[in-house]
Design a protein. Structure first.
Length: 237
């Protein structure tokens, strides 16, 4: 795939700080990251509709204690380690210029990971390549953070061979990406992240994904989001 590294982050904002965060994120942070980091080629943001919050799923030992309101992604042709290093270096540069003040004031990152894309999938009727999946037009997104069973890859193969094709055939999911941790450390054993791009209501798609995936993988977090821009009406104030 074109993408070799992906940042995925969950964000929360204090009451009354959503608009300052969104104006800064769209007007400063995203343009500078995509503009100054040569290997970065795409960034996106989603917001959780209020009706999706009660439907969120958390595992008993989940590192995602508070999912917050926003989901962010940054896409790069570089490996996750380089993506992380270059994003931190740019953050230090902007901080020195007094342009990173919203971090800690207007928002907080509740969970983040630098990941490696494994495979992209899409509805065969779309005729899209795996590289096009992050850019596919969609109504919503369901993110799953989990840990694959320690079964020699059997469940992952079943997901690729049977589970995902059934979701694509159901028309609730039009495309999906599987991401894994850059290095399998004790802190991220068997970590995977699924991004399911949906047609229609993403909360309904989340229910379909939960039913199709079953109980084999250990789910740390699963939640539904819709694409969002700061000038659109806000779900959170």
């Amino acid at each position: 795939m074109k993408a070799a590294g992906v940042f995925v982050g969950l964000i929360t904002c204090p009451p009354g700080r959503h608009r300052p965060f969104l104006e800064w994120h769209d007007g400063d942070h995203r343009p500078e990251n995509v503009g100054q980091i040569p290997h970065m080629f795409h960034s996106a943001r989603w917001i959780a509709p209020l009706e999706s919050v009660p439907c969120r799923e958390f595992g008993p030992d989940s590192p995602v204690g508070e999912a917050g309101e926003y989901l962010l992604t940054y896409w790069s042709t570089a490996e996750p380690q380089q993506l992380r290093g270059d994003m931190f270096a740019l953050a230090d540069k902007l901080r020195a210029l007094g342009r990173l003040q919203p971090m800690g004031r207007d928002f907080r990152i509740t969970w983040r990971e630098y990941l490696r894309p494994v495979q992209g999938y899409s509805d065969p009727g779309l005729g899209l390549s795996p590289d096009a999946v992050p850019l596919v037009p969609h109504d919503g997104l369901v993110v799953t953070v989990g840990r694959a069973p320690d079964d020699g890859g059997q469940w992952s193969a079943e997901y690729d061979r049977a589970i995902l094709p059934s979701l694509l055939a159901s028309e609730s999911v039009l495309a999906a990406l599987t991401l894994t941790a850059a290095s399998r450390s004790e802190a991220t054993p068997r970590l995977f992240v699924h991004l399911h791009y949906t047609r229609g209501n993403p909360v309904e798609a989340q229910q379909a994904i939960r039913a199709a995936v079953g109980a084999k993988p250990e789910i740390d977090y699963r939640g539904a989001y819709v694409p969002q821009h700061w000038s659109q009406p806000q779900f959170f104030r």
